[in-house]
Structure formats: structure tokens, C-alpha cells
Write a protein that binds this ligand. Sequence first.
Ligand code: NDP
Length: 231
Amino acid sequence: MTETILITGSNRGIGLELVHQYAAQGWRVLACCRQPDQATALDRLVEQFPDVSVYALDVAQQDQILKLARDLQEHPIDILFNNAGIYGPSDAVFGNTDEAKWLECLRINVIAPMKMMEAFLPHVAASKHKLIAAMSSKMGSMADNGSGGSYIYRSSKAALNAVMKSAAIDLAPRGVKVAILHPGWVKTDMGGPNAEITVAESVGRMREILGTVTPKNSGTFFDIDGSIIPW
Ligand code: NDP
């Protein structure tokens, strides 16, 4: 049976390349994005790969998450990939932390992946691979924080890690595994042009890492080279 992956934030950046590489491997891809009518790069992949279908999903809207889970209820999902994320305000330095923008960042980077897991657990549990992935960041690591700042983004990814670690424990009895990934510093709108690696390289390595996730290492925070990032 064809394996299926659902990807959030799939219209550009790392999400778009996840669609590309999994589709090229023959997977069925459920590509979610906020505005399908403006997703021209995604449309090109749909033309190229018949097993890519596009769904409207703003992950900050819980009613949209629940509706999509209902619409897809007959579909086992081998990998639920929580990729969508925002950096939030780039000027969130000490003394300039806007509460509303912080809450918006937490809604998208932390609460949305949790709501996605809750809504799509039946689909994942019914699949062969039973894997949930979350796009975190080394910036969420306390141990790696040697430069301070970035209060909003750092705290959102640290909270995401806490959520995913609990899910790894709680979902183990259902046979569901969880992978927490740092994609590297990647050339995207978020990563910027000076980033270290391309989306193709990042996604290629993450696909390899996802192939190594077992019930034993579920809940691990993986660096892009497969090593473990300390919390
Ligand atoms: P981009 O800014 O290029 O893309 C972000 C994606 O997330 C877009 O598709 C965007 O959609 C989507 N998105 C944002 N908010 C929502 C929402 N409410 N609902 C649905 N989709 C949404 O970022 P990257 O591709 O670089 O980042 C992808 C993930 O990787 C993020 O979680 C990021 O934190 C993480 N990451 C990236 C790093 C890097 O170096 N690039 C490093 C570490 C982590 P839209 O076009 O509609 O805005």
C-alpha cells in the first residue's frame, strides 16, 4: 500500500521541499497550506506528481484542523509532519517583547502541533509507520543557547519540545513514535540567504533520520546529522 505523509506549511520553504522529495519517492502527499489559491510552487508539484493533493489549513484555526481530520478520516497517515512555523518578531530583545505577538507565535509553533496530533492520532495509529514529526529548532535548546535574545522564538520551540516529548511517552502504547527535528540552518524565507544548507540537503537528511526512528528512540531531539541535541 502507498505510504502517506501529511505536511503543514507546504507552500514554500522546507515544507515545499518535503512535498517534493516524498512525492518523488512515490509517497501519497497531503500538502496543507493556508492559501492553496496562491500556492503556485505547490501547484507545479501537483502537476508533476499525481499523488500530491492540496488542502487548505491555517494551523492556528482549530476548527480547520478538526474539519480536515474529519474529511480525511478514511486515510491512514504514516507521517504527520508538523512543519508550519513562524519566527515571530525579529526584534524581540529584552525590553521589547510584545505579548500579543508572543501569544500568536505560541499558538502556531506550540498549540497547533498539539492540536494536529490530537485530531490526527486515529489516522496515524491506523497507518504502517505511525510517526509524528515536529520541526523544532536548536534555538529551543537551553544547552545550546550561548547568545541570548530571541525570547519569543526560543521559548516557542522549547515549549514545542516539551509537548512532543510528553506525546512520545503518552502515545507509545498506541505504537506511535515521535521525532523532534532541527532542520539545520536552511536557506528559506525564514533562514535567509546566508544560511548554511539548501532545502534539498536539509530535507534529504531529515528523511534519512525519520527512517531511523523506533519505539526506543522516540521523543529524541535530532540534529540534522542524526546526533542528539541536549534539551
Ligand atoms: P518559511 O518561513 O520559509 O515557511 C514557513 C511555512 O509555515 C510557510 O509555508 C507558511 O505559510 C507556514 N505557516 C506559517 N504560519 C502558518 C499557519 N498559521 N498555518 C499554516 N501554515 C503556516 O520557513 P521554513 O521553511 O524555514 O521553516 C519551516 C519550519 O522549520 C518552521 O517550523 C521553522 O521554525 C523551522 N526551522 C527553520 C530553520 C531555518 O533555518 N529555515 C531553522 C530551524 C527551524 P504562509 O506562506 O501561508 O505564511
